[in-house]
Each structure stands twice: as C-alpha cells, then as structure tokens.
Design a protein around this ligand. Structure first.
Ligand SMILES: [Zn+2]
Ligand SMILES: [Zn+2]
Length: 412
C-alpha cells in the first residue's frame, strides 16, 4: 500500500527540509521527497505522522564482520541472520558482509551464504514475514590477501598471496554488476599476484580496495591502473612514513596512509567509534577527503550488543581471540583496539560530535557515499525519488526511534 509520511525533518544529501513529506509507492520506493506543503496522500495511501523527528536514509555499512554474537565467517544462514538482525537495530538497512582471513572452505561457505541472500534481493535468508535484518548488498571480500606484517587483528598464519588456482574459486561467485554476489574485494597492492587478482576481479565488475598493506605511495599509484579505488579503514593496519622509515631511513617515504589522503582517485573510510581514532584524525580525514570520498564504517565484530568478555574475531573454528571491555575490543594481551563492537548509529553520532560536520554531510557519509563506493547508489542511499524507501526516524540526539524497510515499518 502506498504511504505518505509527513511532519518530519528530511535529511537530504545537501540540506535538511523541515516539515517535509515522503511519498512511498506500492513497490516500497520513494515516489517524492520534499516540503510537505501541497502534498496530498493519493486515495488509499496510509498517512504516517513523523512527529517532528528527523528522517534519514537507512545507513549503509560497507565494512562489517559480525554482531549479536555471530560473525559472517561462521558461514551459516543462521549466523548471517543473527548479524543482520543486530545491525538493523542500529539503523543499518544495507550491509556488505565482510569476509576475513580464514581457510579456503570457510571463505567459500561465507560467500555461498552471501550469494543466497543477494539472489533474493538481499533478504534471501529471511522467510517472508518472519524476522527482518539489514539487506545484503553483496560481499566485501576482505581477507586473506593482506600484506605480510599488516594483518592487524586477523590471524597471521593463513594470510597469503593471491594465486589464480585459488582466487578464481572466489571470483566465480561473480560481481554485483553481472548479477553475482561480490561487491568489492580488498588486496594489499604490494603482494605478488595483486595485479592479476585485481584485474580479474575488475573484469567481473568487482570494486577493488587496498587495505592491510605496507605499500609505498608509488606502489599505490601503480595499483590505480589495475582498478584500486578505495582504501579500507584509514589510519589502521597500513604503511605510513614512520613505518616505512624502519626499512630506509631517508628520504622519508609516503605509504598507503599518505596515498589515501593525497590521491583524489581514492575514496576511504573511517571507524568513527571514538576508540580507534581521535577527533584530530577524524577531522583530518574529513577535511582532506570530503564527504563524498569518506565513508563511515562499523568494522564491527560479533561482540555488538553482547556483554564484556572473550570472543573470537572471524570464524568460530580458528578465529582470533579478543576481549571486549567497556566498548573497546582488543587482543587478550592488550595493545590497540581490534575492530569495533558498535553499529552505524554510534558511528554517526560520534563523528558528528567529534568533528562538528554538518548533519547532511555526516548522514551522507553513512548512506550515499558508501552506496556509491559499493556501486548501489542508483537504488539506495538517499531520500530521493526512485530509491528504496529504507528510512530511519531519529530523535534530536540521532538515536533511532523507528525504521522502515522498503516502506514497511519494522518493529525494533
Ligand atoms: Zn581490517
Ligand atoms: Zn575489518
């Protein structure tokens, strides 16, 4: 049934429209978005009062490993449902399940389950009318092609260089533009075989990210020609002038960190949980890349909405232990944070608080910009006519009050 939502402040990509209205069509798409004045509900449309609240497009998370106790690398439909339900409660309506370093069969299992979800428009793991979770956009193929010594919180042992005998089995799941299951894939540009992997993935329309890498600026620049267009979690698990100096003291050289800031061809993302990066680094990323080339991501693990304690990052069989303590996840022996246990709602609130960036830009970095990076911006990511009516109703503090998936309200 069509619906008219009125009496809320619409967060459009470039401005906030006070006293706005959204018309949703039978197919769950936005038919019109703008000032409420003059908008009438067509004959049988339901009218919904937004009570003066803010309305944002559903958040889109292009880097997410788990939540609610499960990790996508557990590989089963049940694990996927658990993660997707958990992130929906935090305002993520579309998500790219992110694989991690694991053995071959575990990666295949996660991709297979992801493909099942994608085939049915992203909701393929939920029976009609039973349960609801974030829509699966397509996989973010993440591990195992990381740089040696840049594995971060992932287990070191199965990190490996790409060889066609192996990666062809992953790429056979296909890229999103060809109706396949993989949206994007990460590789460290400096590992042998990176170029062949990137070119093979690009031929299938898969977007290429550089991450977990100790590449130099010139290696990153060379990788632009193979299709690298994005850098994973800026400032984390990457080379910079200080790290590269350990091999060659002078002249100091730029690494992946500086490349991400310098090169306009590259978009990037930040884990804005307030734990990984301080306000200064978030401001630097925002100032340098701007809201159209900087996405907010959760990089969330299975400890989202779970109590403090010990968990596994990656698959239950062979994952890497970490400890969640008061909203911070770290290796059992201490050290820096290792992925987050927060959803996109927290990232949006924290980024806004720490940078003071305008609200439409902060929301854009959590919706339209990641949609563009994943290649799904024609159908999702903003309150604009023709797009899926995935909507969040937020209070003044940007806390989630109500949520609509394809125009249908979901009880949170
Ligand atoms: Zn990572
Ligand atoms: Zn990650």
């Amino acid at each position: 049934m069509p619906a008219l939502l009125r009496g809320g402040s619409l967060i459009l990509p470039d401005r906030v429209v006070e006293d706005g209205a959204l018309l949703i069509d039978d197919a769950g798409r936005i038919a019109a978005a703008g000032p409420a004045a003059g908008k009438e509900a067509p004959g049988r449309a339901a009218e919904i009062d937004l009570g003066g609240r803010l309305v944002a497009p559903g958040f889109i998370d292009l880097h997410c490993h788990g939540g609610g106790g499960a990790d996508f690398m557990d590989g089963t439909a049940e694990a996927f449902r658990t993660v997707l339900e958990a992130h929906l409660r935090h305002g993520t309506t579309t998500l790219a399940p992110t694989t991690t370093v694991a053995v071959h069969e575990q990666i295949l299992a996660a991709l297979e389950t992801c493909a099942r979800a994608v085939r049915a428009g992203g909701f393929g793991l939920f029976d009609e009318g039973r349960g609801a979770g974030s829509r699966v956009a397509g996989a973010h193929f993440y591990g195992p092609y990381f740089g040696p010594g840049a594995h971060g919180c992932h287990p070191a042992e199965p990190v490996r260089a790409p060889v066609p005998e192996e990666f062809e089995a992953y790429l056979a799941f296909g890229g999103l533009p060809e109706g396949g299951a993989i949206a994007c894939a990460t590789v460290a540009p400096e590992v042998p075989g990176a170029e062949a992997f990137a070119r093979a993935a690009r031929r299938r329309g898969i977007r290429i990210h550089a991450g977990h890498s100790n590449a130099t600026l010139s290696q990153v620049e060379a990788s632009l020609a193979w299709g690298v267009g994005h850098v994973d979690h800026l400032f984390c698990a990457m080379s910079d002038k200080t790290k590269l100096r350990r091999e060659e003291p002078w002249p100091m050289r730029a690494g992946l960190l500086e490349a991400a800031l310098l090169l306009d061809e590259l978009s990037t993302e930040v884990i804005a949980d307030g734990v990984h990066l301080d306000a200064g680094l978030l401001r630097l990323a925002y100032r340098t890349k701007g809201p159209d080339r900087l996405a907010l991501v959760s990089d969330c693990n299975r400890a989202l909405d779970r109590p403090d304690g010990e968990y596994l990052f990656g698959p239950e069989a062979g994952g890497e232990p970490f400890v969640r303590r008061g909203g911070v996840c770290m290796p059992p022996d201490g050290g820096g944070p290792a992925s987050s246990c927060q959803g996109m709602d927290h990232m949006v609130r924290t980024f806004r608080e720490l940078t003071g960036a305008p609200l439409p830009e902060v929301v854009r970095m959590a919706s339209l910009t990641p949609a563009r990076i994943l290649g799904i911006d024609a159908r999702a990511g903003s309150l604009e006519a023709g797009k899926i009516a995935d909507l969040l109703v937020l209070d003044e503090g940007l806390r989630l009050e109500r949520l609509f998936l394809q125009g249908r309200e979901i009880v949170l």
